[in-house]
Design a protein around this ligand. Structure first.
Ligand code: COA
Length: 386
């Protein structure tokens, strides 16, 4: 075997240019087309951020209105898709439902796929609008509840929370600060350069396949616990800890056993995830507002885990975005297995932007491998299968 330098996991490899977002691990910053993500989370709606990612500029007033209406008018899903969802087992992972639903929609692309940016944006708009309806339908059917059709006037997050929880008293859809916290998670999860699912989408696109296939594959990549699935595991960890008094020892045991603590560490950020301060503040505010339901316990566990992990690892490991967003979704009332589908509802914006960018300057993505199997050998003509 020849010795070649292997970049395991492609770590440190710069695979291409992108104008969509800039992750700077040195300054802990994340920019979407030049804008710091925390400023976008403070001043923009999620739909305005989606527009930015798909057009490179924030919309003016009429552009924002046109985009908002385009999304709103695409929210309905038809009876056939509802039947497909209902046909799937209620105990399968909701990411499987989402992957299947997107694949199903892809069989009906009435315009037939063409790789021009307008067509890809049209697919992106359809999914940005319909994914919340699909997720809400799946949540409610598992709870034995009826379908709530999407609203024709509510904003993205309010409409989604309403389709999931209805509008009875205490529903997050009726609490402006809950809607605001949810919207922040959508903006923060929207885009993050060449992460595994985005790179998957770009790889599929690089073969000149269609955008539906690229997005279906990206959903599969996001499902894994080392990527989007981490937000679910964060909450499983916190529930297992349950009492703040157990949190420190729980983390120390994990570290001693060399087990991963989900929601910590990052392939790019080694000094802290740029999105965490904004989401941590939103999580703590949300917990304070849901104090009467005992939500502040999760903040106590959060703080002890963050401190213990930082102080007891040689690399001073810090939380990533999944660490504050997992318990935030839990406080809002989502079942844990739905946390990653919520991430998909946001990341569809980044994936769409990258599919457009990949098509605009495409080159087949196809790395090399170093062979470490047996030396060349030959059949001597006597081989018989047993
Ligand atoms: N818990 C415990 N230890 C961790 C850890 C975690 N979450 N993340 C990294 N480490 C350890 C590694 O095991 C490694 O230890 P070693 O040197 O003894 O082998 C050391 O820290 C350095 O890891 P690093 O090289 O920085 O990680 P990576 O770049 O290969 O992996 C992740 C990055 C995200 C895959 C990894 O941190 C991880 O699995 N985190 C948990 C999953 C998660 O939260 N994913 C969401 C990412 S946004």
């Amino acid at each position: 075997m020849t010795t070649q330098e292997i970049k395991k996991g492609l770590a440190g490899v710069v695979a291409d240019y992108t104008a969509i977002s800039k992750v700077n691990p040195e300054t802990n910053s994340l920019l979407y087309y030049g804008y710091p993500v925390h400023e976008l989370a403070e001043h923009c709606t999620f739909e305005e951020v989606a527009y930015l990612l798909w057009h490179g500029e924030l919309p003016d007033k009429s552009g924002a209105e046109e985009f908002r209406l385009g999304c709103m008018n695409n929210r309905d899903i038809d009876e056939e898709l509802i039947q497909v969802i209902n046909y799937l087992p209620k105990d399968c992972h909701p990411m499987d439902v989402l992957r299947t639903a997107v694949s199903f929609l892809g069989t009906r692309d009435e315009y037939k796929f063409t790789p021009d940016a307008d067509h890809i944006r049209k697919i992106g708009t359809e999914l940005l609008a319909k994914l919340p309806t699909i997720v809400a339908t799946d949540i409610r059917r598992r709870q034995g509840k009826g379908y709530i059709a999407p609203s024709k006037d509510k904003g993205f997050s309010e409409n989604f929370l309403w389709m999931v929880f209805g509008d009875e008293e205490g529903s997050p859809a009726t609490i402006p600060s809950d809607i605001e916290a949810f919207e922040k998670t959508m903006i923060l999860y929207a885009e993050h350069s060449f992460n595994a699912s985005t790179f998957t989408a770009r790889t599929v696109t690089s073969t000149q396949s269609d955008a539906w296939s690229a997005i279906t594959a990206a959903i599969g990549a996001l499902k894994g616990p080392l990527h989007g699935g981490a937000n679910e595991f964060v909450m499983h960890h916190m529930k297992e800890i349950d009492d703040p008094a157990n949190a420190e020892q729980w983390c120390l045991n994990k570290l001693k056993n060399k087990e991963l603590v989900m929601g910590f560490g990052h392939r790019v950020y080694k000094k802290g995830d740029s999105r965490v301060p904004t989401m941590e503040a939103a999580f703590k505010k949300l917990a304070a507002e849901h104090k009467d339901q005992g939500a502040e316990k999760w903040v106590e566990i959060y703080d002890i885990m963050a401190k213990t992990m930082y102080e007891n690892t040689s690399i001073n490991i810090r939380p990533n975005l999944d660490f504050p967003s997992g318990p935030s979704y839990y406080i809002l009332g989502f079942d844990i297995e739905f946390f990653t589908p919520l991430f998909v509802m946001s990341r569809i914006t980044g994936w769409t932007a990258h599919i457009i960018e990949q098509y605009e300057n495409n080159s087949l993505i196809r790395p090399l491998s170093a062979y470490n199997g047996p030396e060349e050998r030959h059949l001597d003509g006597t081989y018989q299968p047993q």
